[in-house]
Structures are given as structure tokens and as C-alpha cells.
Design a protein around this ligand. Structure first.
Ligand code: AMP
Ligand code: ZN
Length: 468
């Protein structure tokens, strides 16, 4: 097994070498949402890709320490609060809550920490970092009272986005958080308060003001993960200027390489254009749930394309996800019914090799991984048609599916368990405790007639909806 990932910095696929080889804990920072609106499913493409990365690292035995920030102060959130005439925190609160609900619906594993840029300790750290940058000549306060990073002071500026500064001849200063490569220039670290900011301001050595977006991530990432990270992720639109700026600020403060591996996902597109709030061509998850699609179907669509390929969003794609999931559900149901009488789990020759995980080792090649899974579905269905799968092997196949599914998380929605089923299950547990195997088996069959599968595992008895 050797994990390989594409590094945006080198534009090549490289073997993955964790910073902490002995501890096997991988430090991952992922830029989170700007909470001025509900995240759209383009944003969730990035978070689903990061979820696949985390779950596959865990599948391969790594621990993952993951931080995702919430940008709750920047140009866009301030504008939104001003337009609505409410305090910034009141404006962002419902979008923060909505984001966590959407993560749950899409089965995205929550990060270990979700720092907010407006947390006082993070603002203090941003100010401290800027002070150091000013003291070391990497930043300066301009006539407009804002503080800017001097890009000419960092020899590697442009390395991530592969910019040639001499060709671009940077000039001037940029105070907005987002800008194109053509307008490269010194960027704002601290923005002096202006009337449009209302009461959004903090004290600093340079007067009242607020942080620029880029320094927020540098401060939160290093506060929670240390000066060096294994992996930093985002969508490709984050490469410039956001991540380029993060490298410059952080490395000028710490004197160390900030990130070993930069991973970026391609965009979710609609008719050839990036899905974006500013283009008005977006769907939120809520829009799709309201139309009758499920979180798991949306997850499948976002997961099933390789993260470095642009993915065109269509309703046909969602319908395709629905039928692929139905195929998986029917396969599991068939296996479950066959496995009902198995006393133990046995491997089947069809799963001699873990092709699914081997494909993901190769820069998260999900297309090959799903290809291997659907080949297994087809071949094991065929084997069942010919009576070539024993109950024990069916259980072995289900165990393998559970293993794979710890990465995919595509199981059917959990169904509510009716009271009479709970009562039958309790009766069966009592029978097992009393070693009354005949009664236990009869109750298992009764449960199956009611559409519920019972499985006894080393972690206890599990109940699942047969086929559902
Ligand atoms: P934002 O809320 O705009 O800061 O974006 C949050 C995350 O979503 C960032 O990592 C972006 O790169 C990513 N993102 C934004 N739009 C898209 C899209 N259409 N496809 C994929 N990722 C996106
Ligand atoms: Zn960021």
C-alpha cells in the first residue's frame, strides 16, 4: 500500500509522507464556508471531497486531526449584515446552524474543530501575526491606515499559483478579499475601519479595523494545528489569492514550510460555468431536498466524480445516483437475506483483493473504486444466481461492504424502529442470554418476516431494514 496524492504546489502526484510518521496523525486544514448565505452544493463538492480524503486516510489507519474554519467576518458578511440592518453575529448565526445541518444530511464527518474568525482569541492571534510581519518588514501601514503584506518581501510569492511576478509587474495595493491574478499586488492584512463596516471593528496597534480574509485562515490553522500542516485543502478558486497569501503570511511569521501537501478540487459546474452565488446559477442542498432528492443522493453525485475533474451538475446525474444506490441497496438486501442463517463470516473468492481501497490510494481514484465495487455487485449477484455463495460468504461480502461503506457512507437512511420490533428484539436478546438458540432463531425469522434483519456482531446485535 502506498498512498499518492496530487500536490498543487508541484502539479504532480507524489507519495504521501506524513509529518509525524510515528504518531500517524495527519493534520488537515480545510477552508470552510463564508457564512453570508446557505452554502451551495458547489461548496459541498469541496467538503465531500475532503470527507472522502479524511475517511480514506482513516481507512488506511491514520488518525486525522481536521480543522475547518467558518469565515464569519469578511467583505461579504459585513455587506449582508449592513443590507439587512442587523448585527454581524445575528446575520451569520442562521447560516452557521444551517451549515451544520447540511453537513449531517450529506454525512460529512464533522471536523474536530470549527473555529470562527471572530473568536476573540483568533482575532488576537491575527493581530500578533500582523505585528510580527510589520516588525520584520514584510508588512506596512499605508496612508489609508490599513496594513498590507509586501509581496516583494517574500521570494516564493506566486509559487502555488505558478505566477511569474516579473511578467505580471505587480503594482499598487488591493484591499478587497478576492481578486484576479491580473491585479496581483500587496494585499490587506488589516483593514482600517470605514463607515460601511458599521460597528464591526476591533482595536489594534494600527487603530480600529478588521482582519483581511487571508490572515484569518493563517491564524486559525496555526493556532489549532501548529506551524506545519500535512494537508491543506480547498476548491481551485482558493489557490489564488487566498492560499498564496496564506503561505506568504504564515511562512514569513514562522520561518518554516507551512503545508506539505496542497489539494484542491475542481469546480462543480452548471452549463459550463462554475456554480457560484455571484452567478446566480446555484442550488443549495435545501433546494434539492425540497424537490424530493435525498442527502445521500446528492452525496453520491458529489462523491462519484474524481475530485480533480470538473463536474457538471444535472438532474439526470441525480437520477443516475438514485438508480446506482438502488442497485447497491438491492444487493445488500439479497446478501442480508442469504446471510440470515450464517453463524459466522467467511471470505468469498471475489474479494481476494481490496481493489476498492487500492484505487483510492491512487490520488482518490473514486471512479476506479466505484467501478471495482459495481463489478463486485454484478459478479456476486451472478454467483448468487448460480448458488455459488454460501450464507457465511454472504455475511463475508456484507462485512466487506461495511468496511467500504465506512469510506463511502452510502447506506440507506436509518429507518425509525417500531415499538413491536424493539420488543421482539429484546425478547430475542433475552433468549440468547438464556442460550435458548431455538427461540432466538425463531424470533430472528419473525423479525425478517416483518422486514428487519438481525445481525450478531462482536459489538452486539445490529438491526437493519431488510433491503431498505
Ligand atoms: P466560500 O464560501 O466561497 O469561501 O467557499 C467555500 C469552499 O467552497 C471553498 O473551498 C471554495 O473553493 C469551494 N467552492 C466554491 N464554489 C465551488 C464550486 N462551484 N465547486 C467546487 N468548490 C467550490
Ligand atoms: Zn481559508
Amino acid at each position: 500500500m502506498s498512498l499518492r496524492f496530487h500536490n498543487t504546489l508541484t502539479r504532480s502526484v507524489e507519495p504521501f509522507v506524513p509529518l509525524d510518521a510515528a504518531g500517524r496523525t495527519v493534520k488537515v486544514y480545510t477552508c470552510g464556508p463564508t457564512v453570508y448565505n446557505h452554502a451551495h452544493i458547489g461548496n459541498f463538492r469541496a467538503y465531500v471531497f475532503e470527507d472522502l480524503l479524511q475517511r480514506h486516510l482513516e481507512y488506511r489507519g491514520f488518525g486525522v486531526h481536521r480543522v475547518m474554519n467558518l469565515t464569519d467576518v469578511d467583505d461579504k458578511t459585513i455587506r449582508g449584515a449592513r443590507e439587512k440592518g442587523v448585527p454581524l453575529a445575528d446575520f451569520t448565526a442562521p447560516f452557521k446552524a444551517g451549515f451544520f445541518e447540511d453537513l449531517r444530511a450529506l454525512r460529512i464527518k464533522p471536523a474536530d474543530q470549527f473555529p470562527c474568525a471572530t473568536d476573540p482569541e483568533h482575532i488576537a492571534r491575527m493581530v500578533a501575526m500582523i505585528e510580527k510581519l510589520v516588525a520584520d518588514g514584510h508588512a506596512y501601514q499605508n496612508d489609508d491606515s490599513s496594513v498590507y503584506f509586501r509581496i516583494g518581501s517574500f521570494a516564493n510569492y506566486g509559487q502555488l499559483a505558478h505566477l511569474n511576478l516579473e511578467e505580471l509587474r505587480p503594482s499598487g495595493r488591493i484591499s478587497s478579499d478576492e481578486y484576479e491574478k491580473e491585479s496581483v499586488g500587496d494585499f490587506a492584512l488589516w483593514k482600517a475601519h470605514d463607515a460601511d463596516d458599521g460597528d464591526v471593528a476591533w482595536d489594534s496597534p494600527w487603530g480600529r479595523g478588521r482582519p483581511g480574509w487571508h490572515i484569518e485562515c493563517s491564524a486559525m490553522a496555526t493556532a489549532l494545528l501548529g506551524d506545519r500542516l500535512d494537508i491543506h485543502c480547498g476548491g481551485v478558486d482558493n489557490i489564488f489569492p487566498h492560499h498564496e497569501a496564506e503561505i506568504a503570511q504564515t511562512e514569513c511569521c514562522t520561518g518554516q514550510t507551512f503545508v506539505n501537501l496542497w489539494m484542491h478540487c475542481a469546480h462543480l459546474m452548471v452549463e459550463g460555468r462554475k456554480m457560484a452565488k455571484s452567478f446566480g446559477n446555484f442550488y443549495t442542498l435545501r433546494d434539492l431536498l425540497d424537490k424530493g432528492w435525498t442527502g445521500r443522493e446528492v452525496r453520491y453525485v458529489l462523491l462519484a466524480a474524481h475530485y480533480r475533474l470538473p463536474l457538471n451538475f444535472t438532474f439526470e446525474g441525480l437520477a443516475g445516483a438514485r438508480s446506482a444506490l438502488q442497485r447497491l441497496d438491492e444487493w445488500q438486501q439479497r446478501l442480508s437475506e442469504l446471510a440470515a442463517t450464517a453463524k459466522k463470516s467467511e471470505s468469498h473468492p471475489l474479494i481476494a483483493e481490496d481493489q476498492f481501497a487500492a484505487a483510492l490510494d491512487d490520488d482518490l481514484n473514486i471512479s476506479a473504486a466505484l467501478g471495482a465495487l459495481f463489478d463486485l455487485v454484478r459478479d456476486s449477484n451472478r454467483a448468487m444466481d448460480h448458488g455459488e455463495v454460501s450464507p457465511e460468504q454472504a455475511r463475508g461480502l456484507l462485512d466487506y461492504w461495511e468496511q467500504i461503506n465506512s469510506v463511502l457512507r452510502l447506506e440507506p437512511e436509518a429507518a425509525a424502529i417500531p415499538a413491536e420490533i424493539t420488543a421482539l428484539l429484546e425478547e430475542r436478546t433475552a433468549a440468547r442470554t438464556a442460550k435458548d438458540w431455538a427461540k432466538s432463531d425463531t424470533l430472528r425469522d419473525t423479525l425478517l418476516k416483518h422486514g428487519w434483519m438481525v445481525k450478531d456482531t462482536k459489538d452486539g446485535t445490529k438491526l437493519t431494514r431488510a433491503g431498505g
